[in-house]
Ligand binder design. Structure first.
Ligand code: GAP
Length: 448
């Protein structure tokens, strides 16, 4: 891992239009980030790759887009309003800074102030810390004109709950039979005590979650299946195997709903941390929603005639955390020429190719290059970018820095024989090809 990698990525993201601090002109808003033009392309490509995986490659999974706001009872049934969805908070008696108690212990912030078993003095001012208390992470809001207890609800803390409340709707309307899955991508909100590490821990973020409804006896089999499938997805999209591992949860680490859980960990610049969770949620969710809503969400086993609540195997990935991992893994430096190469998988790269005229002051070259560019834009489903700034070397480097896998140059030979050069970002090798076959060659290279 390179020194200061996270700082370098934060700077690249801002400089090249990937990710900006939220509300920046007003001084920023902790834990909130905005995606710029290239960031939108990147995160959309991550989400699209996940959708392709779930709905094309896997079998029997249905897509949903449920609302962010739900009945408050949903969060009571799910256990999120009670102790299950809290973090331990410690506040400084002197400067009133707040810390997550487990992070003070884990990260040993300012070890000089650490007492036995972690920190007992404020890392900021050395003041005494209050005893830990539970802090609920749900973000509250009110619906309707009257702001009182009856109008209180929450921005969803996970997308999953929208799937459970629609379980019967999807099952009946799609004639789905167990085992089957429901998956959705969407925003989630958590009032994190200490957001940080750029887009790793945010207060508004995006999840890509899939819930597989299975017979209780099949739960272990599906848990293993999904663990391996999800790991494969990251590797196929270019993350180096050595930067990934499974982290099984010990009994005392399990979330309130989980019978078993394993995280996919990535080695971020700040250490090994969770990127996705695979959970065996048992019958917690459907039994609780049945109880709280009064609607029976159980099923009948056709063979035995017995009623059962389907077990749920959940795959819960963060779109933003995946983006951060893909950026960290792709970041490379050419130290000799002091430049950055973002070796993103072509499927994830914001631009699939750039088209240049060799010289911008030669109208014949510009005209021919525009022709190639406009044609490719129609032929290739991913974005193609035009670039005629500076000299050709600078253009190559500029495209390398944002991960564009291929650069196509129209030069004087093009005017003679209708060929162009294609330069590969990672090998820097150029090949000369006919314009006529360009779209097929590019499609083959970028897998579209
Ligand atoms: N439905 C289960 C669930 O939400 P989780 O482990 O709390 O489980 C799942 O979250 C994933 O959502 C995490 O692995 C992470 O990728 C993402 N995530 C959770 N909290 C996040 C935050 N504050 N900022 C960014 N991503 C977050």
């Amino acid at each position: 891992m390179q020194p200061n990698l996270l700082e370098k990525i934060v700077s690249l993201c801002k400089r090249r239009g990937f990710i900006f601090p939220g509300s920046e002109i007003y001084g920023g808003l902790s834990g909130i980030y905005d995606y710029g033009p290239l960031g939108v392309e990147l995160i959309n490509n991550v989400k699209q790759s996940w959708r392709e995986e779930m709905f094309r490659r896997q079998d029997n999974i249905f897509e949903l887009d449920s609302s962010i706001l739900m009945q408050r009872q949903v969060w009571e049934a799910s256990g999120h309003t009670s102790a299950g969805f809290t973090d331990p908070l410690r506040e400084c008696k002197k400067c009133h800074r707040r810390y997550r108690a487990d992070h003070l212990v884990e990260e040993g912030i300012n070890p000089a102030l650490a007492g036995k078993g972690g920190v007992d003095k404020c890392p900021n001012c050395g003041g005494e810390l209050m005893e830990p208390r539970s802090f609920n992470l749900l973000v509250e809001t009110h619906l309707g004109p009257v702001k009182d207890d009856s109008s209180l609800t929450y921005l969803r803390g996970e997308t999953t709950q929208g799937i459970y409340v629609n379980y019967k709707n999807v099952k009946i309307s799609m004639s789905a039979e167990i085992p089957f899955g429901i998956a959705q991508i969407g925003k989630a909100f958590r009032n994190e005590i200490t957001p940080g590490h750029f887009i790793y821990r945010m207060r508004e973020f995006e999840q890509m979650e899939q819930q597989h409804f299975v017979k209780p006896a099949d739960a272990e089999k599906y848990f293993d299946y999904w663990k391996n499938e999800r790991m494969r997805w990251y590797i196929e999209l270019g993350i180096k195997k050595e930067n990934l591992k499974f982290h099984p949860h010990a009994k005392d680490e399990l979330a309130h709903y989980a019978k078993a859980a394993e995280d996919i960990y990535y080695e971020f610049p700040f250490g090994w941390h969770e990127m996705e969770g695979i959970h065996n949620r048992g019958d917690w969710d459907l039994s609780r929603h049945s109880k709280f809503s009064g609607q029976d969400l159980s099923e009948i086993d056709e063979k035995t005639g017995e009623r059962f609540y389907p077990y749920i195997i959940e795959t819960s990935a963060g779109a933003d955390r995946s983006v951060l991992a893909f950026l960290c893994d792709a970041y490379d430096e050419d130290t000799k020429n002091k430049r950055v190469i973002l070796k993103l998988h072509a499927k994830l790269a914001p631009y699939k190719a750039a088209v240049f005229p060799l010289l911008r002051n030669k109208p014949q070259l510009v005209e021919k290059a525009r022709e190639v560019y406009l044609k490719l834009k129609k032929q290739i489903s991913g974005p193609i970018v035009w670039d005629d700034r500076g000299n050709i070397g600078k253009r190559y480097y500029s495209q390398d820095e944002i991960g564009t896998p291929y650069c196509i140059t129209v030069d004087f030979q093009t005017l003679q024989d209708n060929t162009v050069t294609i330069r590969d970002r990672d090998t820097m090798k150029q090949e000369r090809v006919k314009i006529q076959g360009l779209q097929d060659i590019l499609k083959e290279k970028i897998g579209k």
